[in-house]
Ligand binder design. Sequence first.
Ligand SMILES: NC(=O)CCC(=O)C(=O)O
Length: 266
Amino acid sequence: MRASLIQIAVEEGESVENRRVRVGALVREQAGADLVVLPELWTTGAFAYELFGTEAEPLEGPTYEAMAKAASDAGVWLHAGSIPERDPEGPLYNTSLVFSPSGELAAAYRKIHRFGFDKGEAVLMGAGSELVTVRLPETVIGLATCYDLRFPELFRGLVDAGAETLVLPAGWPERRRSHWTLLAQARAVENQSFVLACGTAGTHAGVPQAGHSIVVDPWGEVLAEAGAGEEILTVEFDPARVAVTRDQFPALKDRVLGLERPRRAG
Ligand SMILES: NC(=O)CCC(=O)C(=O)O
């Protein structure tokens, strides 16, 4: 299976519309790949909080239209990263879109863990509540977004729902790049799954981005890693290695579920 992770540079000097057109062209160039992955909130930048409201789109808005067309022109499965979604009935959401090679929407995932504690995304956007997996011809992908990477129970839920390849668009800052690499490898090892994590490059809203998109195999080995700048990271991997790893080292079968809370001594 061939995957291309498009690590876009998100910089203030470029308009959202220009970036949308540019990204569409980059997706078309990936014809022949099985799966193409884009980063989190690449239209605005994950930290450009002041743009969330002005650039928010309905689910089937301009980014949806452009990416559906790019997926069908290229004939690829496209994880189109996430958009600031305006739900007419509710708050904004950080919503990932997955398109089939014919340009149909295969899945939408609203980010469950919002970043920012008492500001930013955490107050500007609503939280999703549903785990989402998508069956591709070669593998079942499980969806998570950026800060979700810190919450292992979400990924275990995806594995329980059948995921073998965990796909994570992100806008991860350079400041915490060591966490990014470590957590991507940890999620791969503990879930005996491939991890495809696609970040952004450049600097927006004063936050330098880590880049370093990464693909990790079910044994925790890094198959490919990007540098800091805009880059397309292409990797070939064998999804059958998930079953082989889970069979030969069946740690997932040794899970003990429903542990009781410790009793207080004294
Ligand atoms: N956009 C994000 O979710 C940022 C996450 C982050 O910076 C971190 O977890 O650290």
